[in-house]
Ligand binder design. Structure first.
Ligand code: PXG
Length: 462
């Protein structure tokens, strides 16, 4: 059994020792955990977390890009509690449904773009992207073009962690542990800053945006349009480092997808539910996608629920010619998760949060974030809505990055944790994606602490 011995320990030590002895963590080096045990987060209210030693942390990552309406919202707690008493579980298979699954699908049609009126439910974004693959392949099968199989994605994209979803993603480290499935290929990401640093010479942002879009057309030409089924992308890449594409990028991508007759899939798992200051990232860029995977902000992360929003023309085809869809999960449309998602969307509507983000919080956050660009370590500040990134560089005048082995982003992240803020490090980019309910006063606290952490990082590496 090998139970850790826990007598005579503080609570923190007890939980750390149990965790280190028995918990296999996602995206974590366990050798590192043996050196430094995990910080235990014990409770939270609003935009602040409390760890097991009583330290308060301003959560500028909304958990993992999901707790959009903040912690401790009574409406969500009550929705879970009353639904779990009424009906804790029933499924959506074989011609049954539940009131929450039916009502949530209708509510999603209300907030989704006008051409989308159906949802397939999952428990996560990864399952949503597995579902996307199934639907894309089914779509072309029904149309009598089964040879249209290839899905084009982008380098450094993140679409989840199952084998299919990580194949769709463009993370080399993930592909190195399991490979990728056939029929998925990757093209250039619209990361102007990375390209500018790599080239070491001036690079016109909009011209680069068009080139990145052109790499999709080139790939379609190379493979043949009769082989290509779809293009998938996050409107703004999240886990890849908050990559805001040049303005020229999305209109051109949209044109290319239409021109070659391939489906456009907008992964809204992070961008969805208000993060850009619109309900969806596709509203922000006016994309009109055929499929939209969602998760995270759908329930503000309170319970696991995701899904795929399906455009009317795809749904019509599935209905009239698709027969039975041989796909589904035990927890598709889980009534308790769906009840919480309904309460979350209704809370967003009641508090007018999307409009508040667009007109007030996001402009203030973006303005103050840009002030951090004056710090000697910060080579670029970027962001849209309640998304932001600070690129830490060795030489900001000449766009020279730090040696990867120095782990500057990780050093900065540790200073953030020790000084009461949570930022995520993607390489040397410091990322924020805070709860949408963040207030101006919280933003002021963040900027003050972030500046201090940048100073501490600077000191630690010079
Ligand atoms: N699509 C996108 C765009 C995501 O960001 C997924 C799909 C998968 O969702 P699930 O619910 O299966 O995790 C995600 C998830 C990080 C990080 O380190 C990002 C995610 C998940 C875990 C860590 O930034 N995004």
């Amino acid at each position: 059994m090998n139970q850790a011995t826990t007598t005579d320990m503080s609570n923190t030590e007890k939980w750390q020792s149990l965790d280190t002895a028995h918990h296999l963590h996602p995206f974590t080096s366990h050798k590192d955990l043996l050196q430094k045990p995990p910080r235990i987060i014990e409770s939270a209210t609003g935009v602040y977390l409390t760890d097991s030693d009583g330290n308060e942390l301003l959560d500028m990552m909304a958990g993992l890009w999901c707790v959009n309406m903040g912690y401790g919202r009574q409406e969500l707690i009550d929705a879970a509690s009353s639904q779990i008493q009424q009906l804790p579980y029933y499924n959506a298979f074989f011609k049954t449904s539940t009131p929450p699954a039916a009502e949530l699908s209708a509510l999603l049609s209300e907030v989704a773009p006008a051409h989308i009126n159906h949802t397939f439910f999952t428990s996560s974004g990864s399952e949503a992207n597995d579902t996307v693959l199934r639907l894309v392949w089914r779509y072309w099968d029904i149309l009598g073009k089964p040879e249209k199989r290839v899905v084009i994605s982008r380098k450094n994209a993140y679409h989840g962690s199952t084998i299919a979803a990580s194949s769709l993603g463009g993370m080399d480290d993930m592909h190195a542990q399991g490979g990728i499935i056939p029929d998925v290929v990757h093209v250039e990401q619209p990361n102007w800053f990375a390209k500018r640093c790599e080239l070491g010479t001036d690079l016109d942002r909009e011209e680069f945006g068009r080139q990145a879009a052109q790499s999709i057309a080139d790939k379609i030409e190379e493979l043949g349009a009769d082989k290509v089924a779809a293009f998938i992308a996050e409107p703004i890449q999240g886990a890849g480092g908050v990559i805001v594409p040049p303005d020229s990028y999305w209109p051109e991508v949209k044109r290319i997808c239409e021109h070659y007759g391939i489906l456009l899939i907008a992964d809204e798992v992070i961008c969805g539910f208000g993060r850009t200051g619109e309900w969806f990232g596709t509203d922000y860029y006016d994309l009109k996608p055929d499929l939209m995977p969602i998760a995270k902000g759908l329930s503000s992360g309170y319970l696991p629920i995701g899904g795929v929003l399906v455009a009317d023309h795809v749904m019509d085809l599935l209905t009239t010619r698709g027969g039975e869809l041989n796909h589904g999960y035990t927890y598709s449309g889980h009534p308790v998760c769906a009840a919480v998602a309904i309460a979350n969307i209704q809370l967003m509507q009641r508090e007018n949060i999307v409009q508040t983000v667009r007109e007030s919080t996001a402009p203030y956050l973006q303005k103050r974030l840009r002030e951090l660009g004056d710090h000697p370590l910060v080579g670029e500040v970027r962001g849209v809505g309640m998304f932001g990134a600070l690129e830490l560089v060795a030489d900001k005048e000449n766009y020279i990055k730090f040696d990867k082995d120095l782990g500057v982003g990780g050093i900065c992240r540790d200073h953030c944790f020790d000084n009461g803020i949570i930022m995520r490090a993607v390489g040397d980019a410091m990322i924020i994606s805070p709860p949408l309910v963040l207030q101006a006063a919280d933003i002021d606290v963040f900027i003050e602490r972030a500046w201090k952490c940048l100073d501490l990082t600077h000191k630690a590496i010079t």
